[in-house]
Write a protein that binds this ligand. Sequence first.
Ligand code: GP9
Ligand code: MN
Length: 603
Amino acid sequence: MKRPKLSKSHLFSWFNELIFLFAGVKVLLFHLFSSSIISMGVIFTTLGFLVILYSFSYLFQNKVRLFYSYTANLLITFILIPNTLYLDYFSSPLTLSVFKQTTNLSGLGDSIFFLLHMKYLLYVLDLIVLPFLISRNTFTYVKRRKPLKAFLPILAAGIMFVCLKPLKVIYLDHEDSIVKAYDSKDFLAQYGIFGHHALDGYYQVKAANFELSKEEVNEIDAYWEGKETDGSADSELAGFGKNKNLIMIQVESLQNFVINEKVNGQEITPTINALLKNSIYFPRFYAQTIEGNSSDAEFLTQTSLFPLKTGSVFFQYPQNTYHSLPQSLKDIGYRTTAVHADEKTFWNRHNMYPSLGFEDFISIEDFSQDEIVGMGVGDKSMFSEWGKQLKKSGEQPFYSFIVTLSNHMPYELSEDKQSLSLPPKLNDNLLGSYFQTVRYTDEALAVFLKKLEEDDLLKNSIIVLYGDHNGIFYKDKKLLEDTWVNKEISFEEWYTKYAAVPFIIYNPEIEGRVYDTVGGQIDVYPTIRTIMGLRSDNNYALGTDLLSENSGSVIIPSGGYVEEPLFISNDEIIKGLTDTQREIIDLSNLIIKGDYFGTVKIQ
Ligand code: GP9
Ligand code: MN
């Protein structure tokens, strides 16, 4: 049977659907152009948003209907094009905070022509052709007498699609949040571009609507006023670092128990052990990170505030004003640089670092990438390339904050990079692998120190080194007992000897000394502030100067590396926190959420 030929008017009755089909194709093009992942979450959420937009077209008729759909398509195009360019340039999709941090946009402005490609014409082709076709043809869609009958079920279908992924995450995967974000591309990878903007908008509005009440401001003010001022101005190291360069190295997963330890007669950390001869060394120092892992450690040491109890400060409050170590150094003329040889968008560092006061951020993209270990550039290449760069830049004094990466779970290192010969018990187990990567990072440090010495930078620099958090956890205790210490490790022993991370302050002119004082990452800024001669008339730090006699305890919040919070002092380990200790963490969360330094204490 001969099929009836589609009449022209029949064909144009599908015009409206065609407009949305084009919009869908453009989203697909966006994923191809920007090499963004197309996961099931992306497909369902994007389809859902498109269907919701489409459902509203049932409320209009004839050309008004087409006008509505055309506008929807135009809007989508306006979302896709800037995101494509921004992703190309910054490897991250646009967020509302980008518009607050205009430095990012001006960077793009200079290169906009360089970023435009002919292929992007595909984004606008339909927008050019459609008006022409619409105006040349009659289009009839008479609104149904009861438009809600079509609109409502289609809208419901759209909403259902949008909800599919969140429902799966909560009810099937039993996660407590619909999104787990480690990278600023994660919303996009999990929920597509519309989902990304919806989630970003939700978090931004939530953050913007939080305002500190008068009582809360008073409470924070009273805390600073009541806080004992750091009492170590007369410590022999107070002001020792004045006008010297500061190099702070956050070592991934470095625990204290490997220091001065040998395996099969070989030192695990020969470089660090040698440094101790000219360092003040805190072996009873603890990580206080929560859900933000490395990024929380960075936050703690640079601002002396506790991280958020849930989620990550780097993601949720990158636009705040912070009272921080880099900012204080920048204010007195230091050149401040953060170095982390992973993608710059990882943990949203590219947005957070400028707010912390870092003028430059050197990330994986800036390295030759000739040696990749685990998640990014190997520490040896990183230290060697950055070491060369430091002198070249010629600017002194500088503050260089370096975050290492190679000693990261699961501690995989190719055989040619392994220096330790391990006993059979440690071969092919987590602890043995950990020793190998710790040793690799320690050797990388030696490369860096050698370069600093050659360039005559060592004497004029204070070098600070600490571990960001544990790499071998309480849950791995059995492994340590069976393959390393050959005896049971008690809870107390674990927390006094194994859970600590090192904190070391080195300069060739310092006389080596071990401080038994208990401390934590929150104490880094106040301690370094004293050494760098940065004492100011305010005392905006929740931590304590570890050189002062007020120090000697640490609050370890739960959620990161301990199951229940701990309070550790020079002579006891207490499970759980008192109300006063909890209140300090709450106070810190208020300071962050209310942007206290940006809205109350404008500096
Ligand atoms: C990578 C580094 C990873 O950039 O932050 O460390 P983690 O946060 O997983 O501890
Ligand atoms: Mn880490």
